[in-house]
Every structure is written in C-alpha cells, then in structure tokens.
Write a protein that binds this ligand. Sequence first.
Ligand code: SAM
Length: 316
Amino acid sequence: MKDNFGRDINYLRISITDKCNLRCKYCMPEEGISKVKHEDVMTIDEYLSVAKVFKNLGISKIRITGGEPLVKKGVIDLISGFKKIGIEEITMTTNGLLLSKMAKELKEAGLSRVNISLDSLEEEKYRDITRGGNLHDVLEGIEACKKYGITPIKINSVAMKDVNINEFRDFVNLTRDEDVSVRFIELMPIGEAIKYKDKFVSNDELLSLYPELKPMEALDKSSPAKYYKLPNGKGNVGFINPMSCKFCGTCNRVRLTSKGQLLMCLHSNIHIDILQSLREGKDIEKLIIDAIYAKPETHHLLEGEYNSTDMNEIGG
Ligand code: SAM
C-alpha cells in the first residue's frame, strides 16, 4: 500500500530476537542485554499471523534480522511459513557464524539471500571488535552460501577510524573476481555506538582511498546504497550513508521488533504495539494501515533526534 507521501510500502524488516552470539563493541554492551520475558516475545505463529496481514497490504519482501536471527529457535519454520503465505522474497541479515551449519536448511526453507556483517578480514581484529567471534566461522558460512545457492552475497561492513579503514582496499578487492557486493555503512551514533562517535568515517573519505572505483547506475531506487565498481570487477561496492537523508524519499520499508513493536522508521521513537493488539484479538490490519499512513516523511538524525533503542533490538 502507499503511504501519505505516495511511497509504496512493500518491504518489512523483522527483528526476530534481540539476543546475539556476538558482542560487537559498537552495538551491544559487553555484559549483554537485559533478559526479556519469554511471554513478551512474539511466537513463530504470531509472526506468521502478522506477516499474513502485511502480505495482504502489499508487503512482498521480508528481511529477517536481530539480534542474531540464526540463534532464534524456529527460524527455519518461520522462513518456510513466510514462503507458504506467499512472501516473494525472504532475506536475512546475519553475522554469518552459524551459516556453515544452517545454509542448506535455510535454502530449502526458502531463504533467497543474505547480508553478512563483517567488519574485519583479520582474525585478531575480528575477535576484538566482536568480543570473541571467530572469523573462520564467517568465512566458512560465506562458502556454504555459495555452495547452496544463497547468492549473490552482500557483505556489510561498518568502517571505523583507527580500527578497520586500513582494510578498506582489501574489502574492495573481494569484488574483483567474485560477484559479491561489499557495502560500507557509516557508523550511526545510537545506543552503544555513541561511545565510538570519534571513530566515524564518512563514505566520501573512504571513496577517496580508492579512486579507481567508478559510480554505477542505481541498482534499485529504494536501496539506501550508492554503488561503485572496480574496472572489470565482477562484484560491486556500495556505500550507505544513514546520516544524510538521501533515501527517505524512496523508503519502502517498515519494521517489527521481536516484542511486537511496529516502527515506521529506523530512527523514530514512535512504537506501535502490534503484539498486544493481536493478543487482545483487535483488528491489527487497521492499526497497520493507520501506522503506514503516519510514516514520517523523513528522519531527523541530523537535528539530533535519535531512536533510543539499541540496534540489536530494532534490527540493523
Ligand atoms: N546479527 C546480525 C548481524 O550481525 O548482521 C543482525 C543484527 S546487526 C544489529 C545488523 C547490522 O547493524 C550489522 O551489520 C551491524 O554492523 C550494524 N550496526 C549495529 N550498530 C550500528 C551502528 N551504530 N551504526 C551502523 N551500523 C550498525
């Protein structure tokens, strides 16, 4: 359906858990997050009921995120359930640690593609940023996706000063011989990342490090990324700049958290409690239609209006 500004809302991002098997320094506190009561989290059946309503309102694509979606019990049933109700494209954002074990089942359930978050190609640095992650598990996960046809693969990396910009060229070089998309996301000063504000690197600064990169035609108008290519490169390199408002005008997405809160914008503090209404047997279709009509025209990050919820809860 169209919102009040004529944007066709066809993309739902669902954070299916706020738990994660990593503790990335800029994303989650070292001690982890406060435990949410089991009954406060949406069940697989509840996700499917809500997804059916969204499907009838024109949602054709669902991205599953988290926390870490692959640690959620029932994730395979959830994907096959989405497929059964007719969702055309089911994708996932994951840290990739469990992909080597799960890629085959995920493909069979109906997962189309994955975005894998990877901030370093150096073993020790990866372990440090993630507070304990094993880079080899992620690399094996990438290979498993290729083997089972969960492709093309997108690798998402948050560039940080004095942390990983020295690896920028190595990341870009991954796109030379393989059809992968490597995308750099500017660090957003929200939640834990506020402590790392001084690590911010702009995309323009990164681009200046690799002048051979040439801009490409927009791959998808609603995509937040601007794409570039190496001469004769098989893959591409994307830059996502969440701070400037370049893609609000074509934003086609809404979000649902694992506690059943509907968000019309990643950066909005307005949460609509779908889960409570669903459990009370209320008409959630009307609630969703009203929420979509009220989707804000743009975010106000540059004016200092941030979402106070951490990324592991909203889902990046
Ligand atoms: N666990 C999954 C993963 O690692 O991809 C999904 C959730 S994670 C919150 C999704 C993405 O958000 C990751 O790529 C992470 O790097 C990114 N992220 C977290 N905090 C961020 C921040 N402050 N600014 C930019 N990206 C952030």
